[in-house]
Design a protein around this ligand. Structure first.
Ligand code: IZC
Ligand code: ZN
Length: 424
């Protein structure tokens, strides 16, 4: 007798383990007319919907899709304030890096995050996490980077750690101390970087992050500075990530591969050499089409060229208060179809197997396997292609994390207002 049986599944998505590179991304493992049983928070049995299986709770998927919980491998989850005032500047054509240069952008969020208490950041983080879960995300990465000083960077990382402990979701932390250069160090970025490197030790000692990250971009950190930071990170045992070649082609993609980074993120302006380097490595290209969309740009990351050359591609929201303000990974899946020209099979592999590999969770997330944690999503969609196709809405019916229902589509009174409310 199992705890739960989900049956009548039209398609059960069973991604292969990542990293899925090139051709391997083009095949999605799908079991038609399936059923899955859960026991003690784990997947206990996978079979056909026609088999008779006993369970305490039986859920009829009614011919809909079940997938692994989605994995969002790049978010800036923890921050103070918000930046809706910058939308008008964007409309007037002021570039993202120009807003930053004038002391806005990331620096505006830094001011708000320094002011916020740990409790305030925690409450805000909870709110966003519930939204992410509602869209089917059960594992995610969260970066610091809005402190740019010791106290606030540690505060952000502690909040992420508490959210990981207190919630059902799995949150993997990344230390992004070198995210921008604070005004007090404008004339001496090298000594700012030295401070952020010095902080690595404390982050490591308190087990506050698994990964490190740096914003390698014109006016932010150079290739040489990024290499220095990554070498220091590796020396302490961190795995590295990098915000690379987002706006200007500095060669951050090549650097990521040279350093053996687990991922290189953005890559809109990645060079031909960078793409070849990715293809010959296990560094995952984490693409963030929501950011290109939100910045109002026309040129998207060369996903087709990357996959066709043999690289591993993952997709993420880049959820942050400035350049991509959305918790909705399903929207990113649609943008990947429309703007990156990725196929539905590639898209599903990119938000499951490759996303989990990009955050070192390939054994724990992005899969449906007997013995693995029961992180599952029941969709209101007849097949997996339907989800990226029907954009901008939430297709999730139910989300399970380690076998527990953590989100379910709520009440709706459009066709029936409850009696007590209509009478009062
Ligand atoms: O707050 O603008 N690109 N970092 C690098 C960001 C975007 C987040 C932000
Ligand atoms: Zn980012």
């Amino acid at each position: 007798m199992y705890d739960t049986l989900i049956t009548n599944i039209s398609q059960l998505i069973l991604p292969e383990k990542g990293p899925l590179k090139g051709e391997a991304m083009k095949k999605l493992n799908v079991k038609e007319n399936a059923a899955v049983a859960l026991e003690d928070g784990k997947v206990a049995w996978i079979g056909s919907a026609t088999e008779r299986v006993e369970a305490n709770e039986i859920i009829d998927a009614k011919g809909n899709v079940v997938s692994p919980g989605l994995v969002d491998p790049h978010t800036h989850l923890i921050f103070g304030g918000s930046r809706e005032e910058e939308l008008a500047l964007k409309q007037q054509g002021v570039p993202y890096l120009e807003i930053l240069k004038q002391g806005g952008g990331i620096l505006s969020t830094v001011r708000a995050t320094r002011k916020a208490t740990e409790e305030e950041l925690l409450e805000k983080g909870k709110f966003f996490l519930e939204r992410m879960a509602s869209y089917g995300v059960t594992t995610l990465e969260a970066k610091s980077g809005y402190g740019l000083d010791k106290e606030t960077e540690l505060k952000q990382l502690k909040v992420a750690k508490r959210l990981n402990e207190d919630s059902m979701l799995d949150i993997v932390s990344t230390y992004l101390g070198p995210h921008a250069i604070p005004p007090e160090y404008k004339r001496d970025p090298e000594s700012f970087l030295t401070q952020m490197i010095a902080l690595l030790e404390e982050v490591h000692r308190n087990d506050l992050a698994h990964f490190t990250d740096i914003f390698c971009e014109t006016g932010v950190f150079t290739i040489e500075q990024s290499r220095r930071f990554m070498q220091a990170s590796k020396a302490l045992g961190f795995q590295t990530k990098i915000h690379a070649d987002e706006i200007d082609p500095l060669g951050g993609t090549e650097l990521a591969v040279e350093m053996g980074s687990v991922s290189a993120d953005h890559l809109v302006a990645a060079s031909e050499q960078g793409i070849q380097d990715l293809a010959s490595s296990e560094t995952v290209a984490v693409l963030l089409p929501g950011t290109t969309f939100y910045l109002g740009k026309d040129t998207y990351a060369p996903a087709r060229k990357m996959i066709d050359s043999g690289a591993a591609v993952a997709l993420a929201t880049d959820f942050n208060p400035g350049s991509c303000v959305t918790e909705n990974l399903q929207m990113i899946m649609s943008l990947a179809a429309l703007k990156l020209k990725m196929t539905p099979e590639e898209i599903w592999n990119a938000v499951t197997a490759n996303a989990s590999f990009a955050i070192g969770r390939e054994d724990l997330a992005g899969q449906v396997e007997v013995g693995a944690a029961a992180d599952l999503v029941l969709w209101e969609a007849p097949n997996y292609k339907y989800i990226p196709y029907h954009f901008g809405t939430n297709h999730v019916k139910t989300v399970w994390k380690r076998g527990e229902k953590i989100w379910e589509r709520g009440e709706c009174h459009v066709f029936s207002v409850p009696q007590s409310e209509s009478q009062s």
